[in-house]
Design a protein. Sequence first.
Length: 286
Amino acid sequence: MTTTAIAFEPLTIAIGARVPGIDLASDLTPEVVAAIRAALLDHKVLVFPDQRLTPDAHRAFAATLGELTPAHPVVPGLDAAHPEIYVLDSGDGGKAPVWHTDVTFTSTPPLGSVLRAVHLPPAGGDTCWTDLEAAYLTLSPPLRRLADQLEAVHDGRRDFEEYLNVRLSGEGNVWEGETIRSLEPVVHPVVRVHPETGRRSLFVNPGFTTGIQDVSETESRTLLDIFFAAIGRPEHSVRHRWSPGDVVVWDNRSTAHLAVDDYGDQHRVMHRITIRGDRPVGPGSR
């Protein structure tokens, strides 16, 4: 396939594109991979329909986009042969019905994620993505200037500390060269400058951001309420209804997402691979 044969069909004006007619299990040329990466920066979320990926093919495609991380800082991978694949099983706590950006409770959150549908409920189970660059721009200029100066605390203990200590006896995966034995909160800039585009995003999320640094508790709650209200607005979001074979890639540096929990006790299984990222940098950082 040549780059001229790839069609990126926008799903909304703000975010998302559908990419039909490409087989992700084939040997993609460097030009095609570069086109996908460039489109990811523009659209932030890419939907590849009608794929038939095995776990090996899923990993091989994800690896064309960058260096792969372990499945998760805490949760083990699919199996010994596929330690990079994070299984999101609705029957084993694999639901995430709140806006979040993947793994921001580490010092180096992933660059992006590659998610494929493995088992879908008969109805429901959509995933929504929202544009955090647009969220930043919805703030008034004085609030943007304030946000540019702030840092926020990100904490994964609520979701994963019990799993780490009880199910794993206090020893998680190796992340950035270190075995995870505790989930100490980390601090990131409230506004992240994208390392490739230079654009600014509101880099907080209701899933993992618990407070604003160096302000009072009341001020922190108020500021987070304002920032969270800017995230997930319908005009800056896209909702994907999954079909068998769908694969979705997103830029974790400029988006947040949630899985809609509207399918009751029906079974839903997704496989996710994340691409190694770097330390978030704010407007005032060197």
